[in-house]
Design a protein around this ligand. Sequence first.
Ligand code: ATP
Ligand code: FE2
Length: 326
Amino acid sequence: MITLGIEGTAHTLGVGVVDSDRKVIANVIDMFMPPEGGLHPREAANHHSDVVASAIGRAAEEAGITLKDINLVSFSMGPGLGPCLRVAATAARALSSRLNIPIMGVNHCIAHIEIGNATTGCDDPALLYASGGNTQVIAYSEGRYRIFGETQDIGIGNMLDKLGRELGLGFYAGPAIEKLAKEGDRLLNLPYSVKGMDVAFSGIMTAALALKKKGYRPEDIAYSVQETAFSMLTEVTERAMAHIGKSEVLLGGGVAQNLRLQEMVRIMAEDRGAKMFVPDRKLCADNGAMIAWLGNIMYNSGIRMSIGDTAVRQRFRTDEVEAVWR
Ligand code: ATP
Ligand code: FE2
């Protein structure tokens, strides 16, 4: 069974293909880079509708198939930005009716977990999902993927991107902040905001911007922001692992590519006799392959959807889905 998956929750329009052996045979990623300022949902959606048809074509070519070979189409149903979600859903509906094949709307966060589980070989992890818009600790418990901790304000990636903009690092600043932080060596005081299993990042951003105005070195600011924010994430991940008794931790989301974050989580895991898993770079960030993957698993577990069930859900929570395939 060949599944084509379309991702479109935020910046990225992705199209991936998974074959009958559940192997990823195509993963085309086309990211919207706003010329300046932050992400405007409407502009990102316009980008997605401009590129979605060609991305589908490129994915088919990469996979060495024609559209007629596709047996199932899946798409990111949520959570995400409404206009972006609607582009992916519309493209999936069009393929489904044109090719007369079944359609499956999937939860984007669960897709991150399932592709991570399958490609890293972990079995029952706590997932630290750290991306632009999302920051959550998720794990499977009693039939569902449940959220054990999350950000109470903005996603960690959005915080890094906003800070990066102020520091003149351009958009999508995570990698630039990581590089800059390596040159920093002075730990500046920033609000460490952990409440139970939840975290908050907007205070760090405000404080970091104030430090910049006072003339502190950008290198030290970047270093301190990473040390503080990543320690918070590591702490809540550890607490969740202890609480639900998991001995594996899986990273996911664009920020999980950060080597300092990986190092901190690895040390925490090893200290508790647990193991850390990190998916391949292209499968960490938003991508279509993970959407195809989850669509395939859901279909094979007997779940069916009709076009009428495919309305997008901006606030689609992981624990709304019954994970019957597990
Ligand atoms: P969503 O929130 O819907 O998952 P997203 O558009 O934020 O979507 P991702 O590709 O998962 O998608 O993550 C992008 C974020 O990851 C950006 O905020 C970017 O700055 C951040 N990022 C990427 N590489 C790094 C890095 N090396 N260190 C820190 N942050 C990074
Ligand atoms: Fe994501």
